[in-house]
Every structure is written in structure tokens, then in C-alpha cells.
Write a new protein. Structure first.
Length: 337
């Protein structure tokens, strides 16, 4: 099959012929219908330079073409969203649906080959059948929306509490969508990029230009007070300190952005306001299930965050372009196109 394989030098990916995936017991083999390019893939390209040959891609949906042993309930032609973590399926974390906390968890797109390819293997027990009325775009968006749902589920907030989201990238916009669906009175998104702010506006959020406006004051102009619920979705040094500075007293800051560089904060700022700081990662299986249900019901419509669809041959150049901030939000790879 053809796949975009990681190389430790720019342009980071190269489309090559690689062996077809062979199903392990309990696996499905999917023909990849759509796969999103995630910011964490861009981070991994910088941090995994000693691991050439990896196939990235963990935000995907596909069609079943083969199964391994010990698989019930799936047949060829079924469309599924792939949960990109495979655990031991026996420990307390796996049984609770929080597979990311399994000591033996393997991540599709890192420890297992990912979906920047024509085919991918995924655990049947970790898969979710897609209803016919959810197209491939929506199927590939289940994973980032599940990230957002998990982040808000872990974020204490009063009913209707306004939410400030730092960053209008794919995860920040997914948090905005879920915050609206879960009843936030106001959803305010701060970002320096005009194109991304425009997407946030199209989703119904109020936007702040962080290069021109005082974020705390602009938020208060909209809501009447400084933010007490802040979700940081950028993952760059300085953003946690920025969140602490704009926060109101007794505020809660949830960090979703994956910062791989050293960072510093001034603790006195957070101490003087008695702030709560929390970090979140991944999701539970129920976050996938609730995301699919919300899209089926119409509570979530994430289509506006998709700004481009490309084929596999275009992926290396687009991946390199996404290393620098631009107008793109969520770019979907369609390997079969």
C-alpha cells in the first residue's frame, strides 16, 4: 500500500510503498476514508527525529475490509471511527474506558502505524460504527471533538458559565463547539490569526484579537467580568502565564495544548487569585460515543473547521506548510482520492 512515511528531515514526510497491515487478534483492517492532520503530529515530527519510518495519523475513519481473529459484530463494508489507543483490555483503566492510562497502551500513529496511508489496523473493541448519515468528514472529526469533550468534562464550571478559549486551532474550535452545546452563555475565543478568528465567528463564538486587544478587558466587555473558566488550546510557552494573568479570582484553567518546550510561570499571580490549574490528555471511550451522538442529533456541526481536503500525494508539502501558522484549520487527507 501507499503511505506517507516520516523522515527525520524536511519536508518530514515521503509517500512510499509499505507493507499492507496484517491484523492482530481483535483487529479490524480499514481502508482509510479520511484522516485529519493534527498539531500533535507536527510536534512529533520535531521530537521523534530518531524514529524514521513512522506513519502518523490518528484522527481517522474508514471502511472495514478485513478482520483478525476474535472479532465479533463487524463485517466488510462497515464504516467506523477509529479510537487510536489500544490497551491491554484487562486493567482498571481499560475497563473504565480510559485506555490512555493503560500501562500497555499503544497509540496508532506512533507505536502502531497510523492512517496517513491507504489502510490501517485498529482494535475492533476500540472502534465505533458510524451511522450512514455521518459522512467521512464528520467521521474523521470524532477524535478531536472527543478531546474537547473530555477537556470540558474535567473542567469545573457553573451552569451557563462563560468560557474563554485561548487558541482557535482545531482543538480550540472543537472546545468552542462543545462549550456551546453544553450550555455556555458566552463562548469567547482569543487568537492572533485573522483566518482562524473568522472560523470561530462562523461557529457562533465571540472573538478577541490577542495582538490588538486586552484579552481580560475584552472578555469582560462581553460577559461583564473576567473569565472564571479558561481552556488553553495552544501549547506554546507563555500561554499558561497569560491565562493566569487574564483570569478572574477563583478561576479554573484547563490546559489542553501540548507544549513540548520548557515553560515558566510566576506563581504569585495564580496564588493571589487562588486559581486552579489542571492538565488533561486524551479521552475516554464515552467521549467518542457522546461526540457521535451529538453529531447525529445535530447538536454539533463541526464542518466549518474543515478548511481543506487533500490526497496522499499532496500531504508532504501541506504537512510542511502547517509547521508555520496560517489560515488553515483542519486539513483532511483522503488517501483513496
Amino acid at each position: 500500500m501507499r503511505a506517507a512515511v516520516f523522515t527525520p528531515n524536511e519536508p518530514w514526510l515521503a509517500v512510499e510503498q509499505v507493507p499492507d497491515p496484517v491484523p492482530e487478534p481483535g483487529d479490524l483492517i480499514l481502508r482509510v476514508d479520511a484522516c485529519g492532520i493534527c498539531g500533535s503530529d507536527l510536534h512529533m515530527a520535531h521530537s521523534m527525529t530518531d524514529s524514521p519510518g513512522i506513519v502518523f495519523g490518528h484522527e481517522f475513519c474508514g471502511t472495514v475490509v478485513d478482520t483478525g481473529g476474535d472479532v465479533d459484530g463487524y463485517r466488510s463494508g462497515d464504516r467506523v471511527a477509529g479510537f487510536p489507543l489500544t490497551g491491554c483490555r484487562r486493567c482498571s483503566a481499560c475497563l473504565a474506558g480510559f485506555i490512555g492510562k493503560c500501562r500497555n497502551a499503544r497509540f496508532i500513529g506512533a507505536q502502531r502505524p497510523g492512517a496517513y496511508a491507504e489502510y490501517v489496523a485498529v482494535g475492533a473493541a476500540e472502534s465505533f460504527r458510524l451511522p450512514d448519515d455521518l459522512d467521512n468528514d464528520l467521521g474523521a472529526l470524532v477524535e478531536p471533538l472527543a478531546v474537547a469533550h473530555h477537556a470540558l468534562e474535567r473542567t469545573p464550571r457553573d451552569p451557563g458559565e462563560p468560557v474563554l478559549i485561548l487558541g482557535a486551532g482545531p482543538v480550540g474550535l472543537a472546545v468552542a463547539l462543545w462549550a456551546q452545546a453544553l450550555g455556555a452563555r458566552e463562548v469567547v475565543v482569543s487568537d492572533p490569526a485573522q483566518g482562524r478568528r473568522a472560523v470561530a465567528t462562523s461557529l457562533g463564538a465571540t472573538v478577541i484579537d490577542s495582538t490588538e486587544q486586552d484579552v481580560a478587558r475584552a472578555f469582560a466587555d462581553v460577559t461583564g467580568s473576567r473569565p472564571r473558566v479558561i481552556v488553553e488550546c495552544v501549547g506554546q510557552p507563555g500561554l499558561i502565564q497569560h491565562a493566569a494573568e487574564v483570569a478572574g479570582r477563583d478561576a479554573h484553567i484547563t490546559v489542553v495544548g501540548a507544549c513540548s518546550q520548557p515553560d515558566t510561570i510566576q506563581p504569585l499571580v495564580a496564588t493571589s487569585k487562588e486559581l486552579t490549574l489542571q492538565f488533561v490528555v486524551y479521552y475516554r471511550r464515552r467521549d467518542f460515543a457522546q461526540t457521535i451522538a451529538a453529531m447525529v442529533s445535530g447538536r454539533l456541526d463541526p464542518r466549518p473547521i474543515v478548511t481543506a481536503r487533500i490526497d496522499l500525494d499532496a500531504l508532504p508539502d501541506r504537512f510542511a506548510t502547517l509547521m508555520s501558522p496560517g489560515a488553515d484549520c483542519k486539513v483532511l487527507v483522503l488517501p483513496g482520492s
